[in-house]
Design a protein around this ligand. Structure first.
Ligand code: PEP
Ligand code: MN
Length: 263
């Protein structure tokens, strides 16, 4: 169902009046984790001023260690809703399990499925039954084919509003957090009608190089980017090392407009 052979035209998801896919570049930005009202609102106003239409931020965090910050849970979702109220930005946030699906869907405009959950088939099936757009991240070791089949799980249950997010895969390279597989962008654009988003933050994991990979993703043909931005990255409770400052994000958005106009 997600194949171009089945449907030739690009899928454009309408996120409450903001397009995801199609000719307008979808820009999602915000902190890795929602940490406090002050942090989130500061980030939200900054990314909006720079030109983003979507606010990202995790309330339920899939951390490698159980001893690290796990997110604010429902309190974080409430803060995201408050930030949407204040800024008009659409909220993108992760749902980690079936147990919290209805709760997260009540607050979110787009449900993010984390890389670690790409092959959680019971969760994927349930996502097929909710009326919310899905941002399906690529599993760290998933092939493009496996990723498309994961999307098929959602779509085959009746939810056609799925976007794919390349966020880097695990390779032998240790200099970077992951290896952003930009090959996936043109391959996916040929194989599927679903929108393709690039996450340069998790893809390379190094603040200094996030802008270059964001620009590269757009040049490769992505329909949008998702970028971590924190008012004070050095104080972040998660992923500070790869979060842009508001000023860095603003500069990136200037460059993005030039590239998006050229491709
Ligand atoms: C995130 O977006 O903060 C995140 C946890 O991403 P991923 O699932 O791609 O690791
Ligand atoms: Mn993160």
């Amino acid at each position: 169902l997600v194949s171009r052979e089945v449907k030739e035209e690009d899928t454009v998801i309408d996120v409450g009046g903001v397009p995801l896919g199609g000719t307008a570049l979808a820009v999602m930005a915000g902190p890795c984790s929602v940490e406090s009202r002050g942090q989130l609102l500061e980030a939200a106003h900054a990314v909006k001023a720079a030109g983003a239409r979507f606010l990202r931020g995790g309330a339920f965090k899939p951390r490698t260690s159980p001893y690290e910050f796990q997110g604010l849970g429902e309190e974080g979702l409430k803060l995201l809703a408050a930030a949407r109220e204040e800024t008009g930005l659409k909220v993108v946030t992760e749902v980690m399990d079936v147990e919290h699906l209805d709760m997260v869907a009540d607050y979110a405009d787009v449900l993010q499925i984390g890389a670690r959950n790409m092959q959680n088939y019971s969760l994927l099936r349930q996502l097929g039954r909710v009326r919310r757009p899905i941002l399906l991240k690529r599993g760290p070791s998933a092939t493009i084919k496996e990723w498309l089949m994961a999307a098929e799980y959602v779509v085959s249950e009746g939810n056609y509003q799925v976007a794919l997010c390349e966020r880097g895969i695990r390779t032998f390279e240790t200099m970077t957090r992951n290896t952003l597989d930009l090959n996936a962008v043109p391959i996916l654009k040929a194989l599927t009608h679903l929108p393709v988003i690039v996450d340069p933050s998790h893809g390379i994991g190094l603040r200094a190089h996030v802008p270059a990979m964001a620009r590269a993703g757009i040049a490769a043909g992505a329909d949008g980017i998702i970028v971590e931005v924190h008012p004070r990255p050095e104080k972040a409770l998660s992923d500070g090392q790869q979060s842009l400052t508001p000023a860095e994000f603003d500069e990136l958005m200037r460059q993005v407009r030039v590239i998006a106009g050229a491709v």
